[in-house]
Write a protein that binds this ligand. Structure first.
Ligand code: SF4
Ligand code: SF4
Length: 298
């Protein structure tokens, strides 16, 4: 059994309690314009090209068996020809080419994750599955979570909430300690307009999780200037969460890291997004609003 993994981040301190290893799985069902990990949206291996690191040596063009690299082209890659073989990445002397997406066998990944179990135990940490959208590789994460649970490793999933509840519950729920559930818009029209898909299933899944596991669910709300960070949207989300008796929330401040990564994988970054990260002080008005709703950050 294999999974396509975009990245593995050991000693992570911001993906749940304690010291954790975060596994970023490839493939996502949503297309948020502000995505922080656009290189993980595609369910296939993908080459990112960083022009500022390139010294124009031409080694990548010379080695590519598909003739997918053209030195004269600004984007450098013809992605329709590229098979993701990675030869150009190995030949590049400066790290200008990066391959995102490597297959892992289940036991290979388990072995890697268990290497840090002492850190997990001493810090109250564990393993976090992120993405992309981890439930896109449901069979694999089901087996992985079951293995980790058997090893008594604390587990978290970060999800966009777009999944079949029955399948998710059967595959994962018993082996998850916490669920970090992203909520972008409450209003169906805005969700459809900004993200290009309905939020009906997402909201239904969140309600079902809050009914059965409210103490383990952290609702995460990205604050994106020009998109989700409006008083109307946050107020609607706050009222909804209070009505559903949510216990934990987390506001995710905007940062612009996704812009460069989007360009590197051939997407057109949203030009309306700020190039500056949101300052911590900008979170305060939104946090105070949630404190009034008697909810707490985890
Ligand atoms: S990954 Fe392989 S096919 Fe794609 S550009 Fe690099 S060498 Fe060519
Ligand atoms: S091998 Fe790397 S540094 Fe050389 S031209 Fe290709 S991308 Fe640029």
């Amino acid at each position: 059994m294999k999974a396509l993994v975009g990245n593995i981040n050991r000693y992570a301190l911001h993906d749940g309690p304690g010291i954790r290893t975060t596994v970023f799985l490839k493939g996502c069902t949503l297309h948020c314009p502000w995505c922080h990990n656009p290189e993980l949206i595609s369910p296939e291996p993908e080459i990112a090209f960083y022009l500022q690191r390139c010294i124009s040596c031409g080694d990548c063009q010379a080695i590519c068996p598909q003739k997918a690299i053209c030195m004269e082209s600004e984007n450098r890659l013809d992605r329709r020809r590229c098979t993701g073989c990675g030869l150009c990445v190995e030949s590049c002397p400066t790290g200008a080419l990066v391959l995102t997406g490597r297959e892992y066998e289940l036991e290979e990944l388990v072995e890697l994750l268990l290497r840090d179990r002492l850190f997990y135990a001493r810090s109250g940490g564990g393993v976090t599955l992120s993405g992309g959208e981890p439930t896109q590789q449901l069979l694999f994460i089901s087996a992985l979570l079951e293995r980790l649970h058997r090893e008594k490793i604390h587990t978290i999933i970060e999800t966009n909430g777009l999944f079949s509840y029955e399948q998710f519950a059967a595959a994962c729920l018993d082996h998850l300690n916490m669920i970090f559930f992203d909520l972008k818009y409450l209003d169906a029209r805005q969700h459809q307009q900004m993200i290009g898909s309905s939020n009906t299933l997402i909201l239904a899944n969140l309600c079902r999780l809050l009914t059965s596991r409210a103490q383990d669910v952290v609702v995460r709300i990205p604050l994106i200037p020009g998109y989700t960070a409006t008083a109307e949207n946050i107020e609607q989300i706050g009222k909804f969460l209070r009505h559903q008796k949510a216990r934990h929330f987390s506001l995710l401040p905007y940062h612009p890291y996704g812009l460069a990564k989007a360009a590197a994988v051939g997407m057109t970054p949203d030009q309306t997004l700020p190039t500056q990260a949101m300052d911590q002080s900008e979170l305060l008005p939104w946090q105070e609003f949630f404190y009034e709703l008697e909810m707490v950050t985890p």
